[in-house]
Design a protein around this ligand. Structure first.
Ligand SMILES: Cc1ncc(COP(=O)(O)O)c(C=O)c1O
Ligand SMILES: N[C@@H](CCOP(=O)(O)O)C(=O)O
Length: 473
């Protein structure tokens, strides 16, 4: 099965682990995030050969070096094939041209109409495979600002080995997003509406991982992009998009609607693997902590503003830690200091060298609510193409960022997930695909809990079968 790939934590104090352990661990035991010890590379000739290949073929080729030594080629191939057979579009992630040099990479043809399905459909299969081989169960937790939760529930509701608990900010997700989480009805699914923001939900999840006894007793595992396997699966579409637009011969940049920095970090990873990406452009909504950080080098949380792109209403952007690790030359001590400063004072200042290394690869921009709505309206008027508000943020920022060559904007959600905002901007109410026809009529099941770590842990411990029956099944 090849050489075993090892992963290291961005804080340098957790054990090096192989792929299967990293998959189940989620967060590293020192609070850091795992990245591969060395970046595997893919040659220019191989990238060229990806053009025109089925998505699953490229996925298998890109993912194999990350799971090497632990999952057989036949098993990986089967899981990849099954995961991408759940997508409604034969190309899985098709490109649509919206301007002379701009394309939208549509990542929303999966079961829950957002890019999260691309990784989550594979992640659930990988986890079930590893848990079955080990004869174990796991308790899955996740924090969501709207899309991760629905995608995780759809992917894990078929799982015989897991119970899944999704924390979402009460009243701050769209009605379609909420129904995708609360209308499922599977016995192993628990949707928890938390009185707080997404950042509160994410902090609660991290505190569960940092409680060693709780983590052990519940066999805790995570599905947010703190889990390396999420990022890994998202690397693939940078390769498919670039190859089909003429890479490596043609200059290609990507603009990514950004919240937790997972999706754009996957682009950075693709570049580290040899994909010749020119610029990576971070697009934020009014919650613009990353745009501010690139401008002045100060990462400072200022409180969350609700917007029409709610999935990006995030201040503490988890995966930025992975970038800090890379941009600092893997200085785990520095990353640990910066993260301590963030949790103590809500801010840190980037050393000059780290800021310069980030600016060498990334640009950043912000779209406010008016610019987002105007972009939805204009693109619909000129191209008869309806953008969802998250993608619209990125289309606006892409247009405002000078670049050479082709710009690919990641289209992260179907417009019908956010019908009110899209209708207000364009006058057109987008309709859900037939697969979702009865979504808004399904009975809702969810539990409301306060922003209280002890109460949430107690709920999870009381409802998880890994916790009540022991981890071995
Ligand atoms: C529709 C949509 N777009 C963009 C984002 C931001 O992606 P990331 O958190 O990976 O930066 C999210 C949430 O993650 C999302 O759900
Ligand atoms: N926007 C996300 C927030 C969680 O991001 P993740 O990629 O770390 O899971 C969401 O929709 O839930």
């Amino acid at each position: 099965m090849g050489v075993i790939v090892r992963y290291v934590s961005s804080r340098g104090q957790a054990p090096r682990l192989g792929f299967a352990d990293v998959l189940l661990a989620g967060l590293a035991s020192d609070g850091g995030l795992y990245v591969p010890e060395t970046w595997p590379t893919i040659s220019a000739a191989t990238v060229e050969g990806f053009a025109g290949k089925p998505y699953a073929d490229v996925a298998f080729a890109v993912l194999k070096p990350f799971v090497g030594g632990e999952i057989s080629d036949a098993d990986l191939r089967r899981m990849v094939d099954e995961a991408y057979a759940t997508f409604r579009h034969p190309a899985v992630a098709p490109l649509v041209q919206t301007d002379a040099d701009t394309y939208v990479l549509e990542l929303f043809h999966g079961p829950t109409l957002a890019f999260k399905d691309v990784a989550m459909q594979l992640l659930a299969r990988l986890m079930d495979h590893v848990l079955t081989e080990r004869g174990q169960r796991a308790t899955i937790v996740g924090a969501t600002s709207g899309d991760t939760g629905g995608a995780a529930i759809a992917a894990f509701a078929q799982s015989a080995r897991t119970d899944i608990f999704i924390l979402f900010p009460k009243g701050r997700v769209s009605p379609v997003q909420q129904r995708q989480m609360t209308g499922h009805g599977a016995a192993n699914v628990h949707a928890l509406a938390v009185e707080g923001t997404f950042d509160d939900c994410q902090a609660l999840v991290k505190s569960m991982f940092n409680d060693a006894a709780f983590r052990r007793d519940t066999a805790l595992s995570g599905v947010n992009s703190i889990n390396w396997a999420r990022i890994m699966a998202q690397i693939v579409y940078y390769f498919t998009a670039a190859a089909s637009l003429g890479a490596p011969a043609r200059k290609i940049s990507f603009t990514v609607p950004t919240g937790n920095f997972g999706d754009i970090f996957a682009g950075y990873a693709a570049k580290r693997m040899g994909l010749p990406i020119d610029r990576l452009v971070i697009a934020t909504n009014a919650n613009d902590i990353l745009a501010r950080t690139l401008a002045d080098g100060v990462y400072e949380t200022l409180g969350v503003h609700p917007t029409t792109s709610p999935s990006m209403d995030i201040q503490v952007s988890s995966n930025f830690e992975r970038l800090l690790f890379e941009a600092s030359g893997r200085d785990a001590a520095l990353v640990t200091r910066l993260m301590q400063s963030l949790s103590q004072s809500g801010r840190f200042t980037l050393p000059d060298g780290v800021l310069a290394a980030i600016r060498a690869e990334f640009d950043a921009g912000r779209a406010d609510e008016a610019a987002t709505a105007e972009t939805i309206r204009t693109v619909n008027d000129t191209r008869a193409y309806l953008l969802d508000p998250h993608t619209a943020v990125a289309v606006y920022v892409a247009g405002a960022t000078p670049h050479d060559g082709v710009m690919v904007v990641l289209g992260t959600a179907h417009p019908a997930k956010f019908p009110d905002a899209v209708e207000a901007a364009s006058g057109i109410r987008p309709v859900l695909p037939p697969t979702h026809a009865d979504l808004m009529e399904r009975p809702e099941v969810f539990t409301v809990l306060g922003n209280d770590a002890a109460a949430i842990k107690s709920f999870i411990a009381g409802h998880s079968r890994a916790a009540t029956t022991g981890v071995a099944a």
